[in-house]
Design a binder for this molecule. Structure first.
Ligand code: BF8
Length: 645
């Protein structure tokens, strides 16, 4: 069958995905073909009118100048729908954070098989932040108390969640002034659901205020706990080299793909890939070894700490199976397409679900519990090995892979800039002040089958680095950049002169991989530290920084964008449909309304050139306000001048 190469090239900017789609024998039912046959519902998506399903009298399709049966307006319904999505996104991140806290507790009690605390200094730091005295307690006692305090933040009813105090003072005051400080993580999500029930909160601005509080409980709550505890248990990332893309699957090895978001089982599977007994068993079955690779944020987690290759982001998950080379894909939670369950029926791949929260028709369920990580990991690896001889399709692995450097935790960034004894963000602040770095742009978020895979992410990264903007990335955006080969120090050749001079001096890529989507909390920590370092204003909203989710699709992305906006950062979302398109009122609240109160906003800009220009303008405006918009000449100082300083 001849393939339409041009059409395939429009689906994805990932060369490996295009090669695979060109070369596989059968045309498969994939997310790309489904996106062609199934268009977004114009009302459900909020493009023309809105759909309210919040009671049994509807669903009400409400167009301009109309109202629902209860009288709900387009503005109220738009705000409610968006707020519920933000609550769902916050719940996903925060439930993940809760599981990490539970795991820390069991590890402290010695009940988590094969796990121990790997980063004690980070545990002590978290304990102090949560108000736990260290005294002469043992590490496990501190870990147990820290885990209990962390878990209590989910059900806390009054007061403020502890991480709020890590933000600059001025930011905390703004949150208090507008009453959006999260009281407890679960509490805000529950209240959001309550307030969007029929007949409760009907004022769009008030509904969205609670959405901001809910999102803050994610970024400065559930996600932050997720990141901190994962570092404590599995170590805080430091830079490491790895490779990305489908070409990291091996023809002659047992390929195991880890996919989802929770790192625990996957960390253990990756560690066991070199286990002599298991490798010998793989050899007995005719394979040369065991190759563990990843998709989505589980991949990012294990990449950051063990250098496991991310072979793809969200839109690549079906592609991995279609190579015919994957013996087993083990999935946990979030961003796992249900279509995998059908797809594996045509291939030899075994799909294994491991979380009691996520079962998929067509998958084998092998439940992970904290007490069985090593035993279960071995069982899963053995199952993959036993499946090696069952390959039935011609193996079709695109010979495409690229180098990357990942592993930039906020602790490492402080260390790399200041050294072990003087760790500091001073050189970064100075670089921003003297204009070698024009600003910091977080390009994060998903793939979206309504857009060519990776295209807008990669476009923005290239455009920003050549204009001297330092890029920080997480999630599928980070994998996208890694796949296109500009996440290495060598990529500094594409950067502007100023950014290149910093990259050369510190030895970093112009694009820093900070981890998975819960690790967006690292960006909040770095941004707060930059403010505290001095010279760039008193609040996060003063920073020449912005966030972009060019190819977003998940509710988690909405929560992330909202907590960035609530933290004072300008945020732009790309793509269409725009979920609040029908309501000018809601769009205005999220832009000028939030800007006035919080100094940040969330704006939808489908045109990518317009989005680029807008972000540059926003950052340049901030530079002007800080009076650092005029590029200063670098002054080389002698010893005497330094002493005088
Ligand atoms: O949490 S970027 S598609 S994988 S939601 Fe999902 Fe979006 Fe990817 Fe990670 Ni984040």
């Amino acid at each position: 069958m001849s393939k339409d190469i041009k059409k395939i090239a429009q689906l994805s900017s990932d060369e490996a995905v295009c090669k695979l789609l060109e070369n596989i024998e059968e045309e498969e039912n994939t997310v790309f073909t489904r996106a062609e046959s199934l268009k977004p519902c114009p009302i459900g998506s909020g493009i023309s009118g809105v759909c309210c399903k919040n009671c049994g009298m509807g669903p009400c399709r409400v167009m301009e100048n109309e109202e629902g049966l209860c009288g709900a307006t387009i503005g109220t319904i738009s705000a409610r729908n968006l707020a519920r999505s933000i609550a769902a996104g916050a719940s996903a991140h925060s439930d993940h954070g809760r599981d990490m806290a539970h795991l820390l507790s069991l590890t402290a009690e010695g009940k988590a098989e094969g796990l121990k605390i790997k980063d004690e200094p980070k545990l002590f730091k978290l304990a102090k932040t949560l108000g736990i005295s260290l005294g002469d307690k043992s590490v496990n006692e501190i870990a147990k108390e820290t885990a209990e305090k962390a878990m209590s933040l989910f059900g806390q009813q009054t007061g403020e969640i502890d991480f709020i105090k890590l933000a600059p003072k001025k930011r905390q005051e703004i949150w208090r002034k507008y009453k959006v400080v999260p009281r407890g993580i679960d509490r805000e999500i529950v209240e959001m659901m309550h307030r969007t029930h029929i007949g409760v909160d009907q004022e769009p601005e008030n509904i969205l205020n609670q959405a901001l509080r809910t999102a803050l409980s994610d970024g400065w709550g559930g996600s932050m706990l997720g990141t901190e505890i994962t570092d404590i248990l599995f170590k805080t990332p430091v830079p490491l080299a790895a490779k990305a893309n489908l070409g990291m699957l091996k023809t002659d090895e047992v390929n195991i793909v880890i996919h989802g978001h929770e790192p625990t089982l996957s960390e253990v599977i990756a560690e066991l890939a070199d286990d002599k007994v298991l490798v010998d068993y793989a050899k007995e079955k005719g394979a040369k070894g065991i190759n563990v690779v990843g998709i989505c944020c589980t991949a990012n987690e294990v990449l950051m700490r063990q250098g496991i290759a991310p072979i793809g982001n969200f839109l690549s998950q079906e592609m991995a199976i279609m190579t015919g080379a994957v013996e087993l894909m083990v999935v946990d939670i979030q961003c796992i397409m249900q279509a995998l369950g059908q797809l594996v029926k045509k291939y030899h791949t075994k799909l294994v679900t491991s979380s009691p929260k996520s079962k998929i028709p067509g998958a084998i369920h092998m439940e992970f519990q904290e007490v069985n990580a090593v035993t279960l990991a071995k069982e899963i690896i053995k199952m993959a090995i036993d499946n090696y001889q069952n390959r039935k399709h011609t193996v079709c692995i695109p010979d495409i892979r690229s180098d990357l450097v990942a592993g930039f935790s906020h602790e490492y960034i402080r260390y790399m800039l200041g050294g072990r004894f003087r760790e500091s963000l001073r050189p970064l602040n100075d670089g921003i002040i003297d204009g070698r770095i024009q600003g910091i742009v977080a390009i994060v978020g998903c793939n979206n089958a309504r857009l060519p895979q990776d295209k807008y992410n990669n476009f923005l990264v290239e455009e920003f680095i050549k204009r001297d903007y330092l890029i920080v990335q997480t999630g599928c955006g980070a994998i996208s950049t890694a796949k296109c080969g500009i996440m290495t120090p060598e990529a500094m050749e594409y950067a502007g002169e100023g950014l290149r001079s910093i990259c050369e001096a510190v030895g970093i890529p112009p694009v820093l991989h900070l981890g998975s989507c819960v690790d967006n909390s690292r960006i909040l920590s770095i941004a707060s530290d930059i403010v505290k370092e001095g010279g760039l204003g008193e609040d996060l909203s003063d920073l020449p920084a912005a966030g972009i989710a060019p190819e977003w699709m998940s509710e988690k992305a909405l929560s992330i964008g909202t907590y960035f906006a609530a933290s004072g950062i300008y945020v732009a979302f790309g793509g269409e449909p725009i979920p609040v398109e029908s309501s000018e009122e809601v769009k205005n609240i999220m832009t000028s309304g939030w800007e006035q109160k919080f100094g940040g906003q969330l704006e939808y800009i489908p045109d990518i050139d317009e989005l680029l220009e807008k972000v540059i303008n926003v950052i340049q405006e901030k530079r002007k306000k800080l009076k650092i918009d005029i590029k200063k000449e670098r002054v080389l100082m002698d010893m005497e001048a330094r002493r005088a300083l």
